[in-house]
Design a protein around this ligand. Structure first.
Ligand SMILES: Cc1ncc(COP(=O)(O)OP(=O)(O)O)c(N)n1
Ligand SMILES: Cc1ncsc1CCOP(=O)(O)O
Ligand SMILES: [Mg+2]
Length: 339
C-alpha cells in the first residue's frame, strides 16, 4: 500500500469512528431525553459523514491488519454514569473529526474544511447537552440538601442520595482550602455516581477545580455577573435572596435558581432574621425558575411551609443531623410529592 492508500485507511477509520460516537450520543437524545430535534441534528451529522465516505476510503480498509484493534484503555470498558459515557463519545467524535481535518488536507481540502466545521458544530452540541442536562435536573429537584461539617459526612450524603435526593450543596465554612478541595472532589464524584447535581457554596474556584455543576452565591459572595463569566452558561448559579431588590438583581444577573429565606430563624445561619412570608409569596408570583425555601425547615413544619406556596425546600440540619438521614430524606420527598 502506498502513502495515499495509508491516508485513505486513516480517513476510512475516522469517518467510522466519528459516526459511531455520534450514534451513541443520538440514542441518548432520542430514547433518554426524548429530544427529537437534537437527535435529528446527530442524524444529519452522521449522514454528512456518510456522504464524505468515498469508495477509495472503503477500499483501503484492512481490519485484519489493524494493529490498534487490541488496544483498549481500562477506562473504556467501564463508565461511571451516563454523563461520562456521553463525554467520552463526544471526545471520540471530536478527535476523529480532528484527524479527518488534518489528513484530509493531504487529499481534499473541501473534506478537511467540512470536518473542521463539523467539529465546531459538535462542540456546540456538547455545550448545549450539558447545559440542558443540568437545567433539566434542576427543574426536577424539589429537595436540596446543604451539607454541614460532620464526622460521617460522606455516609450521610450517600444515604440521602440512595433515598432519591438529586441536588446537593457542599457548604463548609471553617475549612482549609486543601481539605475543602479534597472533600469537594469526593462529594462531586459521589453525587455524580447517583446522577445528582453537585453545587459548591461560595467558591467559584473550587467549583471549577472539581468540575461541580455549579455554585451558590450569597449577597457577600462573588458578584453574579463575574461568576457567570468564569463559569459560563453550562453551569448552574444559584443566589440567596431575602427581599425583592435582591431577587431583581438575581433575575437580571441570570441566576438559575434562588434560595428564599430564612423562612424560620435558624442556628445554622445565626443572626440572620427571617425574610418573612410576604417575601415568600412575592417570589412565588414573580420568579418562574426554581426557588427553594430555606431556614429552619424540618419534618414537623414542612407541611406548613408547603402550604404557603412553597414547592421546593433546602435543608441542612434536619437531614445532616438526623438519626436516619436516608429515612428522613424519603419522608421529605414524600411530603413534597404529595403537594
Ligand atoms: C439554597 C441556598 N440558599 C441560601 C444559602 C445561603 O447563602 P449565603 O447567604 O451566601 O450564606 P452561606 O450559606 O454562605 O452562609 C445557601 N447556601 N443555599
Ligand atoms: C445557609 C442558610 N441560609 C439561609 S438559612 C440557612 C441555613 C439553613 O439551615 P437549616 O436547614 O439547618 O435551618
Ligand atoms: Mg455564601
Amino acid at each position: 500500500m502506498n502513502d495515499l492508500g495509508r491516508i485513505h485507511r486513516i480517513l476510512d477509520a475516522n469517518l467510522d469512528r466519528a459516526r459511531e460516537g455520534l450514534r451513541v450520543i443520538e440514542e441518548w437524545y432520542r430514547f433518554g431525553l426524548n429530544q427529537s430535534s437534537l437527535a435529528e441534528s446527530c442524524k444529519n451529522y452522521r449522514q454528512e459523514l456518510a456522504r464524505w465516505h468515498r469508495p477509495e476510503f472503503w477500499a483501503a480498509r484492512d481490519t485484519a491488519g489493524d494493529v490498534g484493534t487490541e488496544l483498549t484503555h481500562p477506562q473504556e470498558t467501564q463508565r461511571d454514569d451516563i454523563l461520562s459515557l456521553l463525554k467520552a463519545n463526544f471526545c471520540r467524535t471530536q478527535e476523529a473529526l480532528r484527524v479527518l481535518e488534518e489528513y484530509g488536507k493531504l487529499v481534499d481540502v473541501n473534506l478537511s474544511q467540512a470536518m473542521k466545521q463539523l467539529r465546531y458544530q459538535i462542540y456546540q452540541l456538547e455545550s448545549e447537552l450539558f447545559a440542558n442536562q443540568r437545567q433539566q435536573k434542576l427543574e426536577q429537584a424539589y429537595l436540596y440538601l446543604i451539607t454541614m461539617p460532620c464526622p460521617n459526612l460522606f455516609n450521610t450524603v450517600e444515604a440521602a442520595l440512595q433515598s432519591g435526593l438529586t441536588l446537593v450543596q457542599y457548604r463548609d465554612k471553617p475549612q482549609t482550602d486543601n481539605n475543602r478541595y479534597e472533600i469537594a472532589q469526593k462529594l462531586c464524584t459521589l453525587c455524580h455516581q447517583y446522577n445528582a447535581l453537585f453545587i459548591i457554596n461560595d467558591r467559584v474556584d473550587i467549583a471549577l477545580a472539581v468540575s461541580a455543576d455549579g455554585v451558590h452565591l450569597g449577597q457577600q459572595d462573588m458578584p453574579l455577573p463575574t461568576a457567570r463569566k468564569l463559569l459560563g452558561h453550562q453551569r448552574i448559579i444559584g443566589c440567596s435572596t431575602t427581599n425583592p431588590d435582591e431577587l431583581e438583581r438575581a433575575i437580571l444577573g441570570g441566576a438559575d435558581y434562588v434560595g428564599v429565606g430564612p423562612v424560620y430563624a435558624t442556628p445554622t445561619k445565626a443572626g440572620k432574621p427571617p425574610a418573612g412570608w410576604d417575601y415568600v409569596a412575592y417570589v412565588a408570583q414573580t420568579w418562574h425558575k426554581p426557588w427553594f425555601a430555606i431556614g429552619g425547615i424540618d419534618l414537623s413544619n414542612c407541611e406548613t411551609v408547603l402550604g404557603a406556596g412553597v414547592q421546593r425546600i433546602a435543608i441542612v440540619r434536619a437531614i445532616m443531623d438526623a438519626e436516619n438521614p436516608g429515612a428522613t430524606t424519603q419522608q421529605f420527598l414524600q411530603q413534597l410529592q404529595a403537594k
